[in-house]
Structure formats: structure tokens, C-alpha cells
Design a protein around this ligand. Structure first.
Ligand code: ZN
Ligand code: ZN
Length: 354
């Protein structure tokens, strides 16, 4: 186990009168223990940790996790109750965003401890990345950016969105990714008005925008990037909308620096689109953290007061979605530096005409 990460987890929970924590988020378990299996429950205290897995994962856990005890149990929550009782824990903290109601009820019924709902976002412990993580994030981004450029050359009018998505996914995996962090988005023409339009059998046509949102997973770490390209020559309105979104993206990136609150970056992107008369068409937040999960802390959205810190990694992705017309989203993943930020994803965001 990374004792430095476990210590940081405890220091983040200052003043909490709990004996231990219940962690159920797979990404946070991996972050602290190194365990990569898809199902486990983690009991962690100031002194150490106990990972509860079923028999499918016992050998794997022994290989991947150092300095923690591994407990095999057919029912992981029953195993958790037994491990907590053995250690005499009376108060166990949990993150309400990560525990299902049925598991909560089961623990209340079976456990000899009180469950304490924590107000802190335990997941936020992963927001600032260390040097090793930054390398993996860069590698994931390089794989997906380069794969996109490979596939971009092959897009022709008449190709179906799903064929483009398949080809991109294949290229991303061929170039070294374990998988993609989400089903790739390819949305053309009017479908571009759907912010998360999954690829369909629709053919891309000359004169249309095509929004492609893509990423790779490399050794657990994700990348996330969106390019909107035009097939042929852009019309005047397309140029206008693209330039507005690009300006929102660029100005938001320029606004990033350590010490500011997350929402101030969102305000910049939103302000540009409002000035262009397009604010109404930008419904989602400006960005989200990227790491072991493709959506994690910090969120870059209105009302988000989290302080931006050096080596946080998150997206900047303003978009405009006009029903019946189409849409544009421009997304880069950035790393916060001492005085600003630098892009982790690498495809140029000048408008590509293909
Ligand atoms: Zn994306
Ligand atoms: Zn994103």
C-alpha cells in the first residue's frame, strides 16, 4: 500500500472521530492499494488496511497489494463486518456518494459499529497527480491524440459514424491502450446538437460538422479530448460558432492557474459564449478532472469552489449545441503548472477541414 497516500487520506479527514473508513470506489481502492480488480471493499484505518475480495481475486490481490491484509469472503460486506469487528472498530466513516442504499442497510443490520457519513469528498484525494501519474496520463493522451490523427485522414463523405468510431477505437487499442474510457462519440450534422451523441449508422455528409470525443486508458489512467471537424468547407455560421467555442476554450485555458476557485474558469468560458449570443446553448460544465476515472475531481462548473492546485489534471470543454442545426465542442485535457496550465492532449484545435 502507498502509505503516503493513506496518510494523505487521513490528513484530509482531520477532526473526524472515526476509527476507520469504508472505501468502495474501485478507483480509490486502486489508488491506495494498487489492486486492479473490478470488485472489492476496503477497510482502512490510521494504522493499515484490509482489502476484502471474493475468491476470483484472492491471488491477484496478493500479487498487487503490498503491506495490507487480504481477506477472502464470498459476501464482501459480510467480510467487511467481520474484519471491522475483529479490529474493534466502533465508528466507520463512509462517502455517501459511493455506497448503495442496500449495502448501507446491510451494514447497519449486520455491523457492530456506527456508520458515519462523511461530508468530505473522499474521491478528491486523487485530484492532484504525482509524477508517475502525470507520465501515464500523458501516455494515454498521446495514444488517443495520435490515433485520432491517423483516423482523421481516412474520413470520407459517406462514411457512417459508427464505422469512424470503430476504426478509431481499433486504432487506439492497436496503439497500446487497454480500452477506451467511454464509448467513443461521433456525432455529425444535426446530431452534433447531442452533447453525448453515440455513433449511429448515419452517414457523414459534405458541409457537416463532425464532433468526435475520444480517449484511451493506459495502465488505468484515462485521456479525454474532443475535436469538431468539418467535411469540406465551413459555412459562415459554422465558422462563427466554431470561433466562439474556440475562443471560450482558449480563454478558459488562459485563466487556469493555482490558487483560483474552479468556478472562475467556468465563468470565463461561459462569458465568451454569452457575449457571442450563444450562452443559452452551453448547458454543461466547462470541465472535469481526469485520472483513474475519466470524470473525477475537480469539477469545473458554476458554484464549484474547490481551489485549483498545481498538478491537477482536468478538461476544458466548452460546447455549443443548437437543436436542429448541430453543435461544436472543443475539449483538451490540461495539467496545472506553477503559473498556468499546459495541454496534456495534443491535437491542434484549429478547425480541420477534411
Ligand atoms: Zn470528452
Ligand atoms: Zn470530458
Amino acid at each position: 500500500m502507498s502509505s503516503e497516500r493513506r496518510k494523505r487520506l487521513w490528513s484530509q479527514l482531520d477532526n473526524k472521530k472515526v476509527d476507520a473508513l469504508l472505501i468502495t470506489s474501485g478507483e480509490t481502492i486502486r489508488y491506495i492499494t494498487g489492486f486492479t480488480g473490478s470488485e472489492s471493499v476496503f477497510l482502512v484505518s490510521r494504522r493499515g488496511g484490509c482489502l476484502i475480495v471474493d475468491s476470483r481475486y484472492t491471488s491477484q490481490a496478493h500479487v498487487e497489494c503490498k503491506n495490507i491484509s487480504i481477506k477472502e469472503s464470498r459476501n464482501k460486506f459480510k467480510g467487511f463486518v467481520a474484519a471491522a469487528a475483529q479490529r474493534g472498530f466502533k465508528k466507520i466513516g463512509f462517502d455517501p456518494q459511493q455506497l448503495t442504499v442496500s449495502h448501507y442497510r446491510e451494514l447497519k443490520k449486520e455491523g457492530s459499529f456506527a456508520l458515519v457519513e462523511l461530508s468530505e469528498d473522499i474521491e478528491a484525494i486523487r485530484a492532484v497527480k504525482d509524477a508517475g501519474e502525470l507520465k501515464l496520463l500523458k501516455k494515454a493522451a498521446d495514444i488517443s491524440s495520435n490515433s485520432f490523427l491517423d483516423v482523421l485522414d481516412e474520413i470520407r463523405p459517406g462514411d457512417r459514424e459508427e464505422a469512424i468510431a470503430r476504426s478509431l477505437e481499433y486504432t487506439i487499442k492497436k496503439n497500446g491502450a487497454e480500452t477506451t474510457p467511454f464509448p467513443l462519440i461521433v456525432a455529425s450534422g444535426k446530431r452534433g446538437a447531442l452533447p453525448h451523441g453515440l455513433a449511429t449508422g448515419k452517414k457523414v455528409r459534405r458541409g457537416e460538422f463532425v464532433t468526435v470525443d475520444f480517449g484511451a486508458v493506459y495502465r488505468g489512467y484515462c485521456s479525454d479530448e474532443t475535436c469538431t471537424v468539418v467535411i469540406g468547407k465551413p459555412a459562415q455560421k459554422q465558422k462563427m460558432v466554431y470561433q466562439a467555442v474556440k475562443e471560450a476554450h482558449d480563454k478558459a485555458m488562459n485563466a487556469v492557474r493555482p490558487g483560483i476557485q474552479a468556478h472562475t474558469i467556468d465563468v470565463v468560458a461561459r462569458g465568451v459564449l454569452e457575449q457571442a449570443g450563444l450562452g443559452h446553448y452551453f448547458g454543461h460544465g466547462t470541465g472535469h478532472g481526469v485520472g483513474l476515472a475519466v470524470h473525477e475531481a475537480p469539477r469545473i462548473a458554476p458554484d464549484q469552489e474547490a481551489i485549483i492546485e498545481k498538478d491537477m489534471v482536468f478538461t476544458i470543454e466548452p460546447g455549443v449545441y443548437i437543436p436542429g442545426w448541430g453543435g461544436v465542442r472543443i475539449e483538451d485535457t490540461v495539467r496545472v503548472t506553477r503559473g498556468g496550465c499546459e495541454p496534456v492532449s495534443s491535437v491542434s484545435k484549429e478547425l480541420y477541414c477534411i
